[in-house]
Design a protein around this ligand. Structure first.
Ligand code: GRF
Length: 221
């Protein structure tokens, strides 16, 4: 039997995307094993979620390191010891240092709660509401050295309603995050993703069908 892809999920907070990934792995929708959950926040609920599912879950204390490079060297060491092949950022609130990105080049994914390149960085939903967009959504992308700038793997589109608050919009988008992140990981696990410049091609997709798909809320691929 082929060895299953080994993942690590890095999270700083409540970990609902981590939970979606755990659930998809357990349901056989992702052909991978979560080798390790890591957080830079001791009380992150993500660590608790990992432990509840029997996954090794580690806190790395940023106060013990002088620079982000030193912190990331420890992180890298831990990931290598666990033979991690794909790193999934899920609400991970630290910037990765260039040597780390280089070490896991094209093998780091992130989820962002907007249709990138719109509204990168923090306070995404506030930015979307202030700008007055009619559609927002979420994006899974590979991570490069910029902030939310790497090649896009999947996006889902979500309407913005007139009476939306940040909380309401965030909740509507989050439901789609939980669908597209496991999907992107599975496409990676199946070896179907090819990065060509800024574009990520998904092999084995029936593009004639994709073209006919209704755009509203559709996942592509
Ligand atoms: C999500 O909205 C994700 O898109 C963003 O941070 C949030 C993390 O939420 N990067 P959770 O911890 O996965 O619930």
């Amino acid at each position: 039997m082929q060895r299953r892809l080994r993942l690590s999920v890095l999270a700083s907070g409540r970990g609902s995307n981590l939970q979606a990934i755990i659930d998809a792995c357990e349901a056989g929708q992702i052909d991978a094993v979560i080798a390790l959950v890591i957080s830079n926040v001791a009380e992150a609920y993500a660590l608790e979620r990992g432990r509840r599912h029997g996954i090794e879950s580690a806190f790395i204390d940023p106060s013990l390191y002088r620079t982000s490079g030193e912190f990331d060297a420890t992180l890298l060491d831990l990931l290598r010891k666990h033979e991690v092949e794909l790193v999934c950022l899920a609400g991970y609130m630290r910037l990765l240092s260039p040597p780390f990105v280089e070490a896991y080049s094209n093998r780091i994914m992130n989820i962002h709660p907007a249709l990138l390149p719109a509204f990168p960085g923090l306070h995404t939903h506030r930015q979307a509401l202030q700008h007055g967009v009619k559609l927002s959504g979420c994006t899974v992308h590979f991570v490069d050295e910029g902030v939310d700038t790497g090649p896009i793997i999947i996006q889902a589109v979500v309407p913005v309603l007139d009476d939306d608050t940040e909380e309401a919009l965030s909740a509507r988008i989050l439901a789609y995050e939980h669908q597209i992140y496991p999907r992107a990981i599975q496409l990676f696990a199946e070896g179907r993703l090819e990065i060509r410049g800024r574009r990520v091609l998904c092999h084995g997709t029936d593009t004639s069908q994709a073209r006919d798909k209704q755009a509203w809320g559709a996942m592509n691929p």
